[in-house]
Write a protein that binds this ligand. Structure first.
Ligand SMILES: [Zn+2]
Ligand SMILES: [Zn+2]
Length: 435
C-alpha cells in the first residue's frame, strides 16, 4: 500500500511536512518546515530510513525551515528551484541568527542542503525511485512557489502547497485546469473560511489613501513580510502612479534585490525593475534616522510588527496624526500588529543581550492605521473552484486531505467537501493514511 504520513501543518499553520511511502518502502518528503512557537518546532518524528528524495514547495519557513535537520547524517537529493533555494538560504540564515530558540542544526547542515540541491523546472517529470516520480506545478503563491504532483505505484497524489488562484501584480495565479487526473489531493486551508475583498477596489483604496497622506506631508509605514508582500505593495504603488518617495528596508530590501536575479519567476520583470529603481534602499542606522522623518512611504518588515526594521520607524509615525501604518498581511492574534488594529495601541518588548538593545514600548496611535487584505492564499470560493476544476480518476476514492489552516478552517473545509461527496478529512499530526 502507498501511505501518506502527516508530520505537521495538521489543524495548524506551521511545520508543513508530508511523507509519501511507496509499496516497496521508498520514501519522499514534501516540505519540512518549522513552527515558531511551543516545544515541538520540528515536524513529527518518524522513521526516515529509505528516504530517497525531499522536495520543497516554496521558501516560507513553515515549509522550508527544518530541512537542514535532514542533512545532519544523510545525503539526499533536495528538489527545488533556483529562486526558492536562494531565498530559503537567506531566511534560514536569518532564522538561525536571530532566533532565541536553539535549533538542532546550523550553517553546516544548511550548506549540505545546498550542496545536495537539484533544480527542477515546472512540468518536468523527475524520477526519484522505481514507480516514483514528482512534477512541479505553478502554485501562484509567491515567486517560485509550486504544487507537487507525486506519481507513486501508478497513483497520482497532488500536494497543493500554499496556493493562490487570484490575480496579483507580482506573479501569475495558479490554475488546476491543466493538471492531469489525480487520485488524491492534499490541499491547504489557510483562508478556507474567509472571503477576500475584491482585489481591484482594495488596491485602489490602498493607493489613494497613501497618495492622500503623502501629498499632505505625512509618512506611511507599510510593515510587510519581506518575501513577496513588500514587493507586491511596491508594484501596487507603481500601478497607481505614486510619485512620492519610497524607502525599502530590512529583509524586504534583500529579497527585492534577489528577485532581480530571477526574472523568469516574476510576472513583469520590467515593471518590477522600474518600480524598484524609484525606491531607495535603507541599510544604515544613520539613513534610518533621516528616513523616519521624511515625507513618503517606508516598506519594512516584519509584517506583524513582531520585530524587524519596522520597529525603527513606528514610534515617530504613531505619534503623528498626519501619518499612517498600513498593514498588508494577516495579523495573528497576540502579535503587536493585531493589537494595533484591535485596540489602537502598539505594544512591543524586546531585549537582545546588551541593555542598549532593550526596547519596551506602549504607544496609543494618533496616526491612521488600517489592514488591507492582500493575501497570497486562495479564499473559500477559490479553493472550492480549484478543487472543482481538478479531475479525479474514475476509480479513485476522491480522497481530499485538508491541512495548513487552524482547527476550524481545516475541519470546516473537510466538512464542506464531504457534503460535495469527496472523501475528505482534516488529518491530525502523526496520522498515517493508506491511499
Ligand atoms: Zn507560504
Ligand atoms: Zn505556508
Amino acid at each position: 500500500m502507498t501511505t501518506i504520513s502527516f508530520l505537521g501543518a495538521c489543524r495548524e499553520v506551521g511545520r508543513s511536512a508530508i511523507l509519501i511511502e511507496s509499496k516497496s518502502g521508498a520514501k519522499c518528503m514534501l516540505d519540512y518546515g518549522i513552527r515558531f512557537h511551543g516545544e515541538d518546532r520540528l515536524p513529527y518524528n518518524t522513521n526516515l530510513k529509505n528516504l530517497k528524495a525531499v522536495a520543497l514547495t516554496h521558501c516560507h519557513l513553515d515549509h522550508s525551515g527544518a530541512f537542514p535537520f535532514l542533512y545532519k547524517t544523510k545525503k539526499i537529493p533536495f528538489f527545488t528551484n533556483s529562486i526558492s533555494l536562494a531565498i530559503t538560504e537567506v531566511l534560514i540564515r536569518d532564522m538561525i541568527k536571530i532566533s532565541n530558540y536553539l535549533h538542532p542544526f546550523g550553517y553546516r547542515e544548511l550548506d549540505l542542503l545546498k550542496q545536495n540541491s537539484y533544480f527542477l523546472n515546472n512540468g518536468t517529470r523527475q524520477k526519484i525511485h522505481d514507480n516514483f516520480f514528482i512534477t512541479f506545478i505553478d502554485a501562484g503563491h509567491i515567486p517560485g512557489s509550486v504544487s507537487i504532483l507525486i506519481e507513486v505505484d501508478h497513483k497520482k497524489i497532488l500536494y497543493s502547497g500554499d496556493i493562490n488562484t487570484q490575480i496579483t501584480n507580482l506573479i501569475n495565479p495558479a490554475s488546476s485546469i491543466n493538471i492531469p487526473e489525480i487520485d488524491t489531493l492534499i490541499i491547504e486551508s489557510t483562508y478556507a473560511l474567509k472571503e477576500h475583498p475584491p482585489r481591484e477596489q482594495l488596491e485602489k483604496d490602498f493607493a489613494e489613501k497613501i497618495i492622500d497622506i503623502t501629498d499632505n506631508g505625512g509618512r506611511v509605514l507599510i510593515p510587510a513580510f519581506g518575501v513577496a508582500r513588500s514587493q507586491e505593495a511596491l508594484l501596487i504603488l507603481e500601478k497607481f502612479n505614486y510619485s512620492g518617495k519610497i524607502f525599502i528596508d530590512g529583509l524586504a530590501r534583500k529579497v527585492s534585490m534577489l528577485y532581480l536575479d530571477y526574472p523568469d519567476f516574476i510576472k513583469n520583470i520590467k515593471l518590477f525593475r522600474k518600480a524598484l529603481k524609484k525606491a531607495q534602499f535603507v541599510s544604515r542606522p544613520k539613513m534610518r534616522s533621516k528616513v523616519k522623518n521624511t515625507n513618503g512611504v517606508i516598506i519594512s518588515p516584519s509584517g506583524m510588527l513582531k520585530g524587524g526594521t519596522a520597529i525603527n520607524y513606528i514610534q515617530s509615525i504613531l505619534h503623528d496624526p498626519f501619518s499612517a501604518v498600513y498593514l498588508v498581511g494577516y495579523q495573528v492574534e497576540g502579535t503587536p500588529g493585531r493589537k494595533l488594529l484591535d485596540d489602537g495601541i502598539f505594544e512591543f518588548k524586546e531585549s537582545r543581550g546588551h541593555k542598549n538593545n532593550h526596547v519596551d514600548l506602549k504607544i496609543k496611535a494618533k496616526c491612521d492605521y488600517n489592514y488591507f487584505d492582500f493575501s497570497s492564499h486562495s479564499d473559500n470560493i477559490h479553493i472550492h473552484k480549484y478543487i472543482k476544476n481538478l479531475k479525479f480518476q474514475k476509480d479513485s476514492n476522491l480522497d481530499v486531505f485538508c491541512i495548513h489552516g487552524d482547527n476550524k478552517s481545516t475541519t470546516r473545509l473537510a466538512g464542506e467537501l464531504v457534503y460535495k461527496d469527496y472523501n475528505s478529512v482534516a488529518p491530525e499530526t502523526g496520522e498515517i493514511y493508506q491511499v
